[in-house]
Write a protein that binds this ligand. Structure first.
Ligand code: ADP
Length: 469
């Protein structure tokens, strides 16, 4: 970066100087000559106007003026009547004008003026040695009041060579100074930009090595500040993810270990003790089967949750009639009504309740909520799934009249492995992941959700999704 910036700066300085050089040296002469031409024309037109326009002409004063203008502008004027009755020169007078030019110059100017049909002519002549160059201007001036005249003006052109030489020297010095300044400036700016970037790079490699507590420093530049901010956020997110992962591993290994221990100890019990006793053996085998099921649920839930959280699972959004979905889930619970005296009801809207959702994921949400309602329904085996319309949203409520949740537990039940205190019982067949999966899915659907519950009276879990018109 430093090299590039220096190169750009030096290139810029050189281009600037080059341009100045071009204008100052190459075009200076042309510019000067054009200015001189204009100056002569202005002087002549002022004098010729005075000569021709007014009826009265104070000849004496006029001649003095010619002398003065000649002096002031370093020009020589020669005026002659067309009828050759008189001629005036700016060096004739008392206050003698400047510069005298040869007759041959006047002759040449006259010749050209006549050749140009009296239209003004301007040209340059040089002396024999070519050292001095003179700008010539000739014009014809007609007057109503006095004889028509020809005006000739001569002005020496100062050679530009020495001036250009001086300018060139000065420019050289300026170029050298600006190159040095450009170089220093480039080094300074690049080090100001490069320093924070270097420090960010060093910190980023620390981050890559797993030091999530690094702090990225910004600088006075907004872009670098933004970069540092983003990297700080990234570091924080990485650190959080790592913490979550550690917690997850700890919880998962704990939860996996318990059923495995149970399976192992009951298997040993069958081998050593109950093998011959059919009744005992079947009881123990029942525990083994139950614990294996738990293991399988747990593994499934962990996989689902981590896939949803990692964003691997994209939601396949389609119009879904959630009432139908709920109906089909409830039908699998009918057996509980017959065998265990449950009352499980669906209270729906008269019309289909269409929302945009991933049908399989919403199936999972409903089935988690319904299975919780059944599992925590206590003695009042009453579960109700209700669909309501709340403005333009579909509200689904899963109500039970079971054990309820203590207010202090409510904020935690949506977290992984959180179970309402004291009541989290293994025999309930839960994995402690159901509600966190439910929460993830609902959040991916931008749904509103929540729970209202009273200990001993029951719970109502609800969520809302926008209805399709
Ligand atoms: P679990 O597998 O333990 O049921 P969940 O994530 O589904 O895990 O639920 C978390 C906790 O929330 C449960 O352990 C329970 O304490 C509480 N809970 C969930 N649903 C209900 C409910 N309908 N009634 C009472 N408590 C509930």
């Amino acid at each position: 970066m430093r090299f590039r910036l220096t190169a750009y700066f030096i290139f810029f300085a050189l281009a600037l100087m080059g341009m100045l050089w071009l204008f100052q040296t190459m075009f200076l002469e042309q510019y000067y000559e054009r200015e001189m031409e204009k100056k002569i024309q202005t002087a002549v037109s002022s004098l010729s106007f005075q000569y021709s326009a007014s009826e009265e002409l104070d000849l004496e004063a006029y001649l003095v003026e010619i002398g003065e203008i000649s002096n002031a502008n370093d020009m020589y004027f020669y005026i002659e009547a067309e009828d050759e009755t008189f001629s005036i020169s700016s060096t004739d007078q008392g206050s003698a004008g400047r510069y005298y030019y040869s007759r041959s110059g006047v002759d040449l100017a006259r010749e050209r003026l006549i050749a140009n049909n009296g239209e003004p002519v301007t040209f340059k002549i040089s002396n024999q040695t070519g050292e001095t160059i003179t700008q010539v201007y000739a014009a014809k001036v007609d007057s109503e009041y006095r004889p028509n005249v020809r005006f000739f003006a001569f002005a020496p052109l100062t050679p530009m060579g020495p001036a250009v030489g001086i300018l060139a020297k000065q420019l050289m010095t300026v170029t050298a100074i600006s190159l040095v300044v450009a170089g220093i400036l480039a080094l300074y700016i690049s080090s100001r930009i490069a320093r924070p970037i270097r420090s960010i790079t060093e910190k980023a490699s620390e981050l890559a090595e797993g030091h999530y507590d690094v702090q990225f420093q910004g600088s006075t530049y907004r872009e670098i500040n933004n970069l540092a901010g983003t990297l700080n956020a990234t570091a924080a997110a990485l650190s959080k993810t790592e913490q979550l992962q550690r917690d997850l591993m700890a919880n998962v290994s704990h939860d996996l270990r318990t059923p495995i221990t149970m399976v192992k100890s009951y298997a040993e019990m069958i081998r050593d003790i109950s093998g011959g006793n059919e009744e005992k053996r079947n009881e123990h085998l029942g525990v083994i089967i139950e614990e294996s099921d738990r293991l399988s649920y747990l593994v499934n839930d962990i996989l689902t949750l981590s896939r949803i959280q990692a964003g691997v699972e994209t939601m396949d959004m389609q119009p879904v009639d959630l009432q139908k979905t709920a109906e089909s889930i409830l039908s699998t619970y009918r057996v509980l009504e017959e065998q265990e005296g449950f009352s499980i009801r669906l209270q729906g809207l008269p019309q289909p309740a269409l929302v945009n959702a991933d049908v399989h994921r919403m199936e999972q949400v409903l089935s988690n909520l319904i299975s919780n309602a059944v599992r925590y329904s206590g003695d009042v085996k009453d579960v109700e799934v209700v669909f309501l319309q709340n403005k333009k949203r579909l509200r689904c409520e899963v109500r039970d009249k079971g054990i309820g949740i203590a207010p202090e537990d409510i904020p935690n039940i949506w977290n992984r492995y959180e179970r309402a205190s004291s009541r989290g019982s293994r025999s309930k067949q839960g994995t402690g992941l159901g509600l966190s999966i439910t929460k993830e899915i609902l959040e991916r659907h931008d749904a509103k959700y929540g729970v209202e519950s009273k200990v001993g009276e029951g719970s109502t879990f609800w969520f809302e999704l926008p209805l399709i018109d």
